[in-house]
Design a binder for this molecule. Sequence first.
Ligand code: GLC
Length: 569
Amino acid sequence: MSMTSEERLKWWNEARYGMFIHWGLYAVLAGEWNGQRTKGIGEWIMRDLKIPITEYEKLAAQFNPVKFNADEWAQVAQDAGMKYLVITSKHHDGFCMFNSPSNPYNIVNRTPFKRDPMKELAAACNKRGIKMCFYYSQDLDWHAPGGAGHWEEAVEGPNWLNYARPKEDFQKYLDDVVKPNLRELLTNYGPIGLIWFDVPVTVTKEQSESLRDLVHELQPACLVSGRIGNDVGDYGSLGDNEHPIGKIEGAWETPATLNDTWGFKHFDHNWKSVDFLLDLLVNCVSKGVNYLLNVGPTAEGVIPQPSVERLREVGQWLKRNGEAVYGSQASPFFTDPAWGRVTTKGNTIYLLVKIWSNDGVKLRGLTNKVVSARVLGADQAHVTFNQQGDTVSFTLPDQAPEKTVSVVAVKLDGPAKADQCVFVETGGFAQLPVQLADIQGSALKVQRTRGIEGWNDTSYAVSWTLRVDKPGDYEVRVITIVNRKHPEEFGNHEVRVDIGQCSVAGNAGTRDMKPPTDERVFGNVTSVLGKIKLAPGDQTLSIRAVKLDPTAKRGLRLMAVELHPVKSH
Ligand code: GLC
């Protein structure tokens, strides 16, 4: 029985929120080896501290997670409101956290624990209706000969991904290690929701397809994550902790950490607040993106208490407001409102209000008729509203039901539709990100988080449709991205912004760059072009490069244009 990605994604689009678990021999080291603390993520300690294979293998004899209790872990996921659970069955260190007859480097054969935690976890998840899923590193393998990044093969240098092709045959590794493992994972543990592949640095398109086909042959309904490589997954995987700007077509998922590591590090206490976690979850689902939030259990088999507490609080919020999350789709609006985010489901839109004020909240551009509105949670308090032209104003009850994000469910006369434009409201600031722009230029490529690439031609332009409420003066600012270590590659360009009869031109680039105040490599630069007068009504704002800096090999790396109201004296 062959299935389409769309059919496989049905449960996944309903789930929206899952638990990621990074658990392996690296938990024994907990971020430290030979008195040295790794600066990297916990599960990369073998690579980052250059631990020889023979040394790392000794960890197996110390791995005895006597406190591991599958039901407790599955209960944490259930209390968190997470609908699927993705656990590392084999990470880049090559150690199998499951009973693998084909690969003796595994938890049953090599540790005093001798049990198969994946088997126990699959049963605990099935009992609770949580989809059991496996993370599997199909490319990097620092233990098995033929695996990419096999220790002796690793090429030192700035780009750690620049592995020499392993001496042994990578295809042989796929045939002898990966495929037998996939057969075991998809035969011995019941129905599996998805295989979360990762770091496709070596795998060719044919090889990615062969792995995908094997998964679908063994379990047709099992999803394959985007990191299988070569765009052959059933859905796309955003970067680690990457939060989408603007809508992205298709099915996507953000993997995210609760602190700054996936695998346990005993000294990483940088836990995100519940408030921030909710913002991230709400932002993801408002773009139709799934949120896969990670826990890193200890070598004893315990999920760190700070993780449990935060997940439980978000889970409580979901008990009261999950209607706005589970099975929801991306906001129908072109941009996010200042007061929060929006999701939609059927004939209802959900206002996920972070800034709850007596002034109420406003929606711009809705082309449906509002039928009714109620507050979720609380006593389902009725919300009054006034719909005029392209604006609906909602009057909110004095008391917000939640201390973080409160939800108003708005029933419409049909599936939500909205004008796709950016509203420039009187006295309001407007940001025009390239992710929302119309692109005119064959070589232009919008990067999800790093702006536009390939702008090396003055015939190119990007534009946005604006709806300006009242005439007014605005200062035009151009935001470009720059690699602070190589600013010369980004240079200085002469750009011009046109709207209606007005235009303003000036320099955009590193000339305006302030000295970096942190270690981040990439940073944004704001260049002020000057002032323009906006007439009221719908119009197109466009930006083009009048003169490109010939020394800047990266071209004009535009991130956004901003319009800041100028106070009229
Ligand atoms: C990166 C890391 C890997 C981690 C994954 C989680 O790919 O290399 O260690 O499992 O992110 O998204």
